[in-house]
Structure formats: C-alpha cells, structure tokens
Design a protein around this ligand. Sequence first.
Ligand code: 6PG
Length: 246
Amino acid sequence: MIRIFSDKTELTHAAAGLIVAQAEQAVRERGQFSLVLSGGSTPQALFSLLARPPVRAKLPWSKIHFFWGDERLVAPDVEGSNYYHAAKLLLEQVPIEAGQIHRMKGELPAEAAAADYRRQLDNFAQDERIWPCFDLVLLGLGSDGHTASLFPGSSAAAETTQPVVAVTADYEGRPAQRLTLTSPVFNDAGHILFLVTGPDKAEAVAAVLEGASAPEKWPAQRIQPAQGDVSWFMDEFAAAKLREFR
Ligand code: 6PG
C-alpha cells in the first residue's frame, strides 16, 4: 500500500493510526505486539505523538515489545544513538517495563554487540526459530536507497543467513559503525511500514518502487516480505518523482 500525504504531520498521524491498529490485532491474536523502531530523524515526531494523548491511551503499553532495526555503535545516552531518541521521546514517557525494551547495545564492540542481539532475538523468537516474526517494522529510506543500515554495495545488504551484522557506513556524517538487522529478518515480519519524507528522498523512492530491480544499488528493494504486507507512507516531496502513484 502506498499513501501520499500533504505534509509530515498528516503522515505522522496516519502512521500512529496504523500502529494502533496493528497493536490491537497482534494483542488480540497473540497477546503481545512486537514493534521494531527505525532510527534517523523521520520517526521522531511519531515517537512523540505515540507518547501523548489521545494516541497514548489507545496503545496496550504493557503488551508491547520494542526492538530496533539498526543502531549506531555509540553509547545509548548520546545524540547519535537511535535508542537515545526513542527513549527520550517515547520509552521514558510511557508505562512499560525494562524487559519490554530489547536494545541493541551500541556501547559494545561491533561483534560483541551483534552476538548479544542475536541472543536477544533467539530468546524472543517463536518455537524453533532463531529470530522473531515481528508484528510491525518501521523503516526509513536514505537518499542513497539504504534502509536500516543496509547500504548500497554492502555485504550486509546481501546477507541471507545471519539476522544481525555489524557494518561500517558513511552517510550524512552520522556515526559510521553500526549494527543492523538483515533482510531475512525484515522479510519475516507481518507488516513493514516505510516512513519517507522530503525532496532528497524522491529519486530513491522512484528507483526503489518503480525502477528496474537493482537491489545492489537500491537495498530497500530487498524488503519484500514473503507473507507480510508493506506500506509506504510518504509526503508529496518524497513522492514527487513517482510516475504511477500520483
Ligand atoms: C539510521 C536509520 C536509517 C534512516 C535513514 C533515513 O540509523 O540512520 O535507521 O536507516 O532510517 O537514514 O534517515 P532520516 O529519517 O533521518 O532521513
């Protein structure tokens, strides 16, 4: 599903509505809701909206488990950390227990952080699986077509067996050492929600959604859940170069 919004506020409210609906369905069917948060700047307004009335009252906070699609290998209390923003804007504002937060430990050395998160995923996985089928995954899109920390030309983007890998990536001067979930994990999710705004993403959006298949160049094309659904929520600027969806 592709939805194009006139501005980021409208998009953020619609994304909150989808999260509420997905949470209600997951709790009804499975008694809990596993939500993978994305990083970067786009989702920060959404985090704040979820924590405030009226949306706050609509979410089953004690039944939600929070994960991350990627993290920068920095301490959790610094600006560059994806956890830092989610904690300040959302997790510290709502009634949840520490056991509901499954943080990528950016303070650890890369391989230790990857091994730790593999353990966390294995512990939470259903039945004999080694990673969960997440109910909902939030993803962003870089102007270069990356998503999470799956960057063009990187082996991480092409990874098909390990659920978590450490990567080094230079993007917009952000912390380069990162940890990321891989496409097999994302593609086992029940629902993927891409949140994309701004004119700098327009070329990547058009290439990923309407261009030829070139996942090496546009890693977000690898996000194609076998059973799950994918929704793209974008503003007019990010959708500006789409031909079909206007
Ligand atoms: C990260 C994110 C990354 C982000 C895109 C878009 O750690 O940076 O997970 O994949 O979603 O780079 O970032 P913006 O929302 O800031 O444009």
